[in-house]
Structures are given as structure tokens and as C-alpha cells.
Design a protein around this ligand. Structure first.
Ligand code: PLP
Length: 409
């Protein structure tokens, strides 16, 4: 066996992160087409041009010069911050400070959680999904995950019968993943939906993974139900972080809250595996953990966040009103977050054309290279012609055509 050939595993189709992969192509089209690309692909408010307020910078500056910031933290994370998280974000009836674990970004938490499952275990993952969840599973298992559909004709709510059947008829399913509020669709799921998913998990002995990184980014008038409010005695994990609401994505700081771990021995063992895996890495970066309580408890934080949410809400209404006029697409009003999905119902013959000969040649090469999904083709053409970079919906593990845009600019 030629082991070196296996180094090409990174080229495996299962490993992909289209949110960033489109950038490589976008940069090339930008250069060859003499364009200035509008980057609508990535959920980073700061890169999109938002200013970090001076009061947050001041908190970071003050903490940067304390001695403790130069030290390691506990493997689980900085204790005072875990205490703060427990009190302010979690539920002390089902969680203790030892059930809060910090990671270098939620991206790392996702990988640690999923890659520490036994190989034969399966997680039900939504389609469309945030790609890391599905790809992390593919990485560890080298195989397919099981997806359940979010329905664009029903404002992206899932079909509960489909979830129940997939859990019931597959013994390998150990967990159900829910991303709420949702990336990429912006949907904030209904209370009944979430309660029904908790019931399915309870009835079929699964645990729950709720990615709640957008938990505080919900539009006015929309109810957001958190996992810890409805989980009861089912084992589960909530995932949160500071990349979106603070917004400090460059901090690489996220955490998990583990619920009811004492009530299920196998789940408890699994969480210990994650802790051991984190121990091998020592701990996560100290500075953002030390700064986090100061930012969230500042009297300025609430108004600052509210101002941003109102801005995204206005933009979402404008974007939806615009796309609703186009018969070939379907959109639904997000309930929060800063993304929305445009579903392409009828992909018209492209009227988009590249701006220069060089970018036309590059585009032709891209499109003839391998099997390119229709919405990837649309995305490349949109970049070459209109200098707008979005992410194809099929890049979120969906069989539907469309794209995700941000509301960040
Ligand atoms: N989960 C979801 C749903 C996300 O959208 C993102 C980032 O966009 C992450 C996790 C990763 O967040 P982090 O920046 O903390 O790694």
C-alpha cells in the first residue's frame, strides 16, 4: 500500500468548507476580472466592516496587561468565567461549573465532540447544515452522516416524522443535532418543534446537541427557546461562543454546556473522552476567556447588541422584499441571525458573463474541470459577472439549489 497516497485524504470530497473555499476562486476572479468583490460569504461582522466599539477594546486592553492572562487555564477553562457562564447562560439545576468546557472557537468544540464518538455512531444532522458539523463527522468516520431535511416550503422547519423515523429505524443514531437559531437559513425554530425533538431523543435514548451560537441574535417579536429550558432529564450539549454576538470571531473562543451528564453513565464517559482530548491539547487561549464576563456584564452590552440586531432585522426585511419580486426564487423571512437563504427554484440559462477575457477563460476552465453543481456554477458566474461572493446552498449539504447571503453589509 502506498501510504503517501493517503496523504491526499484532504482532497476527499467529504472534507469541505465551502464558506471559505469559494474565496480562493473569488480572489482569482477578482484579480483576472479587475473587480472589487463584495464578500457575502462569511459570517464575520468585523471583516464585513463593523467597528468594534471603543468600550470593548478598552476592556481587552485592561485585561491584556494582567499577569494571569499569560498563564494556562484549567483544561476546562478559566474557573471564574465558567462560573459566570453557568450563572448567566446555563441552568444550575442540570449543569455545574465542571460541565462547562472552553475551546478555541466553537469550531474546535464541534470537532472534539463529533470526533470522539465511536466510529459506528451516527448523528442526525440537518440539511442544510453548517458544514463543520457534517464534515467533522465525515473526518472521524470516513463515511456519510444521516441528514434530516429542513423544509423551505414550511419556513425551514423540520419534518418531525422524518426525524423520528430516522432515529427509530437506525440503531446507530446516538444524537440529534439542532442549530437554533439556524445557520444558514436564519430560522428560529418553534417551541413545539424543539419540544418534540427533545421528546424523540428521550423516547429513543439519544442525546441532543444544540448549536446555539446565535442564541442572543433574535429579531424583535420572535420567541427563542433555549435547550436548557426544555431538555428536562435528557442528556445534551449546548454550544455557544463569542464570535457572533460580541462579535469577536478572531478570539477563537467558544464553549459547551453539558446537561444531565450525571444521569447517563455512557454519556458521562463520552464527555470524559472530550475532556481528555482537550487535556492532550492543554487548554484554550486565556485572554478571551478572562475578558468575556467583563464584556457581557457591561451595562453597554445590551444596547450595543440590540442596535446590531435591529440593523440586521431591517436589512432582512429589505432583502426578503427584494427577492420576493423574483418569480424563480423562494425566500422566507429569517427570525434572527445575519444570514438568509435564496432558493433558486428555476435556474435560468445564465445571463451573467465574465468581465474580461482572462476571467472568462478561468471561469470556463472551472466549469469544465469536474462535475460542478448548478448552484456552484451560478455562484462562480455571479462572482465573475457581478463581483458578489455568496455560498452555494449545496455547500451546506443540501440537495436544493440556492445560496446563502449575509446581512452584514
Ligand atoms: N456553529 C455555527 C452554526 C456557526 O455559524 C459558526 C461560525 O460561523 C460556528 C459554529 C463556529 O464558530 P467559532 O467562530 O466559535 O468557531
Amino acid at each position: 500500500m502506498n501510504v503517501r497516497q493517503n496523504l491526499l485524504r484532504a482532497d476527499n470530497k467529504l472534507l469541505n468548507y465551502p464558506i471559505r473555499e469559494v474565496v480562493t476562486i473569488g480572489k482569482q476572479l477578482e484579480k483576472l476580472g479587475n473587480l472589487s468583490m463584495v464578500w457575502e460569504n462569511i459570517g464575520d461582522p468585523i471583516t464585513a466592516g463593523e467597528q468594534m466599539p471603543e468600550w470593548i477594546k478598552e476592556i481587552v486592553r485592561e485585561n491584556s496587561v494582567t499577569d494571569k492572562v499569560f498563564a494556562y487555564t484549567d483544561t476546562r477553562g478559566y474557573l471564574p468565567t465558567r462560573e459566570f457562564v453557568l450563572k448567566n447562560f446555563s441552568n444550575e439545576k442540570i449543569c455545574t461549573v465542571d460541565d462547562i468546557l472552553f475551546f478555541n472557537g466553537l469550531g474546535e468544540a464541534i470537532n472534539k465532540v463529533i470526533n470522539n464518538l465511536p466510529r459506528e455512531a451516527r448523528i442526525l444532522v440537518p440539511s442544510p447544515t453548517y458544514p463543520s458539523h457534517a464534515t467533522a463527522e465525515a473526518m472521524h468516520a470516513g463515511c456519510s452522516f444521516i441528514s434530516y431535511n429542513l423544509d423551505p416550503e414550511n419556513d425551514w422547519e423540520p419534518n418531525l416524522e422524518e426525524i423520528e423515523n430516522k432515529v427509530k429505524y437506525n440503531d446507530h443514531v446516538v444524537a440529534i443535532l439542532v442549530i437554533n437559531p439556524n445557520n444558514p437559513t436564519g430560522r428560529v425554530f418553534k417551541r413545539e418543534t424543539l419540544e418534540a425533538i427533545v421528546k424523540i431523543a428521550k423516547d429513543h435514548d439519544c442525546f441532543l446537541i444544540f448549536d446555539e451560537i446565535y442564541h442572543s441574535m433574535v429579531f424583535d417579536g420572535v420567541e427563542n427557546v433555549l435547550l436548557h429550558e426544555i431538555i428536562g432529564d435528557v442528556p445534551g450539549i449546548s454550544m455557544k461562543g463569542i464570535s457572533k454576538d460580541v462579535p469577536w470571531p478572531g478570539s477563537r473562543c467558544g464553549w459547551i454546556e453539558v446537561y444531565n451528564s450525571e444521569k447517563d453513565a455512557e454519556f458521562h464517559d463520552f464527555i470524559n473522552m472530550i475532556l481528555l482530548a482537550k487535556m492532550l491539547e492543554v487548554c484554550s487561549t486565556t485572554l478571551p476567556q478572562m475578558v468575556l464576563p467583563h464584556i457581557y456584564s457591561s451595562p453597554k452590552f445590551k444596547d450595543y447588541l440590540q442596535g446590531r440586531i435591529e440593523k440586521y432585522h431591517r436589512r432582512a426585511e429589505q432583502a426578503v422584499a427584494f427577492f420576493e419580486q423574483i418569480p424563480q426564487v423562494r425566500v422566507s423571512m429569517p427570525g434572527g441571525v445575519f444570514y438568509f437563504v435564496v432558493q433558486l427554484l428555476d435556474l435560468p440559462r445564465s445571463q451573467l458573463s465574465a468581465t474580461t477575457k482572462a476571467s472568462r477563460l478561468y471561469l470556463n476552465e472551472l466549469l469544465s474541470e469536474k462535475l460542478v453543481a448548478p448552484d456552484f456554477q451560478f455562484t462562480y458566474e455571479l462572482m465573475a459577472s457581478e463581483a458578489i461572493c455568496v455560498v452555494p446552498l449545496s455547500g451546506f449539504g443540501s440537495s436544493l439549489n440556492g445560496f446563502r447571503m449575509t446581512l452584514l453589509q
